[in-house]
Structure formats: C-alpha cells, structure tokens
Design a protein around this ligand. Structure first.
Ligand code: PAF
Length: 290
C-alpha cells in the first residue's frame, strides 16, 4: 500500500476525478471514507481499515447542509480543518476532497434521493428530511469518487442500513464496508457531537451505552417481553435529570421494524437528548439457539 505518498487536498471535482482515474488505471483499489470532518478515533478507525485494504484512499469532508433540519447545529458543527488534515496525512490518506457547498448544490439544484420506508422512522421521524439529505449526498459522493469500497461506521445504524439498501436498489457498483463503533473507555460511543457535552452531561451520557447493555443482558437471560425491556431502557435513561430520551426500541436489524417478541437477531436503538445534545447509539443483539 502506498502509505508514504503525500496527501493531496482538493476542492475540485475535476482534480479528484483525474487522480482517481489515474490510480485506477494503475490497477489500484480505491477506498473512500465519507465524513463531515471533526475526525475522532471512530473516523480514524474507518480510515485505518481503508488504508489497510485499499491502495488509494480518499477522505470526503463536507458538512452537508441538506441533512440538518431547522434549529439543528449546522452553523456550530465543529470544523477543525487543520487538525483533520494532519490526521489524514498521518494515517496514510492519499486525497482529501473538501468541496465547497456551491459545487455540490449549485443554483437550481433539484434532484433528491428518498429511500422509502427506512427514511421516515426513528431518526427520520425526529429529523424530517435528514435521510433524504444523507441518501442524496452519499449517492453524489459515490458518483464523484467512484470508489471500489466505501467505509461507514456501525454507530449510525439507520444510516448504514439505508445506504446499503440504496446501493442494492440502485445497483451501485460499490462495496459498502461497515466498521465497528469505537467507544470511550467507559463505553460512550465516539461522536463529533460529544464535544458539546459539559462534564456533568458527559458523565450522564454513559447511560445510553448502559441501557443498550441492559437490553442485551435481559434477552440473554431469556426475557420474552420486548415492551418491558424497552421500558427498562427508557427508565435507565430517565435515571438522569440531564437525559431526555427520544426513543429506545428493539427492532429487526434489516427492516428496522419494531419487534413485539424477541428473535435471534435484533438491534437495540437509542436516541436521547443529553442536555441540549442529541446522541444516538445502538447494539446488535445476537442470541445463540437454546
Ligand atoms: O455519517 C456522516 O458523517 C454523514 O452522514 C455522511 C455519511 C458523511 C454524509 O454526509
């Protein structure tokens, strides 16, 4: 793998395309890591996986305005560009593409991607339009970069489910690699939004992970009442005055439909406001046959 080569940073789709075309003509495997920047250990683990398995890795950094709703944190979303570029260089990334918004959404932009069914529930119910923005930008970045493989984190469970569905439904010629959630020592899932938490909120935020662990333990112990497990998760979240749960559900890992009775593979999904910061987390629950 060509880790010793210099990092090129570009805002130009033409330069990006030329570099990727050149690499492909040399038989190199192209990997891409889509991000909104503010790179933390979770992103770095995606980048490492990409660098380990591909020859030419492009990191996409773009705070995509169309996936933010009104009153959300688009303006204040962290943008530590210099640090991000240093991290990419150190990790062996070959190109960082940071398109200006007007290149991605020129005047009169009017084409959108909707993944029906998966877009309106859970995160989509709380953040109307969010997944239309995500699906649209991911299709655009896959078209622009045309990678062999794109790397996404398991932490955004609904996002990765929706992206895999879109890739399947639209026959996109790309492999989607899902990398495990990276956690802080106490279990809190890494997220760029953790930076918004004050010390008391940071301490309370561990309850999201604990509630997921609780659900996992209950089903392993043989719980049959899904509604009761969900209530217990909500109760655990509400154990802190700083947490206001949005949802805590047990769902089918592919359709994301909520379950009424346990099955061998399930996913526990949580969204909660910790202070004014909205956090999400999830855990796959895989029960061995008894
Ligand atoms: O997961 C993210 O950071 C974003 O939703 C993504 C996939 C980069 C699209 O803007």
């Amino acid at each position: 793998m060509n880790q010793s080569q210099e990092l090129v940073v570009t805002t130009s789709p033409d330069e990006l395309r030329m570099a990727v075309r050149q690499a492909r003509s040399e038989g190199q495997r192209i990997g891409c890591v889509p991000t909104m920047g503010a790179l933390h250990e979770g992103h770095i683990s995606l980048i490492r996986q990409a660098v380990d398995t591909c020859d030419f890795v492009v990191v996409w950094i773009f705070v995509n305005p169309t996936q933010f709703g009104e009153g959300e944190d688009l303006q204040t979303y962290p943008r530590p560009i210099e640090e991000d570029l240093k991290k990419c260089g150190a990790a062996g990334v070959r190109m960082v593409f940071m398109p200006p918004p007007e290149v991605i959404y020129p005047d009169g932009y009017s084409t959108w991607v909707e993944v029906a069914g998966l877009s309106e529930i859970l995160e989509g119910a709380s953040r109307p339009g969010h997944f239309r923005g995500v699906a649209t930008i991911v299709l655009k970045l896959l078209n622009l970069i045309q990678p062999d493989v794109a790397f996404f984190g398991a932490k955004d469970y609904q996002q990765q489910t929706l992206i895999r569905r879109m890739v399947r439904d639209l026959n996109l010629p790309v492999e989607i690699a899902i990398c495990p959630t990276v956690r802080e020592e106490d279990g809190l899932a890494m997220s760029s939004r953790n930076a918004y938490l004050n010390p008391a909120e940071r301490a309370a935020a561990i309850r999201l992970f604990e509630a997921l662990q609780l659900a996992d333990s209950r089903f392993r112990e043989g719980a049959e009442d899904v509604a009761a497990v969900q209530e217990e998760m909500l109760g655990h979240l509400r154990g802190s005055d700083l947490i206001e749960p949005d949802y805590a559900v047990i769902a089918d890992p592919d359709s994301l439909e909520q379950l009424t009775s346990p099955q061998p593979r399930m996913v526990a999904l949580i969204a909660a406001r910790v202070g004014s910061t909205r956090l999400i987390d999830n855990q796959l629950i895989e029960l061995s046959p008894r």
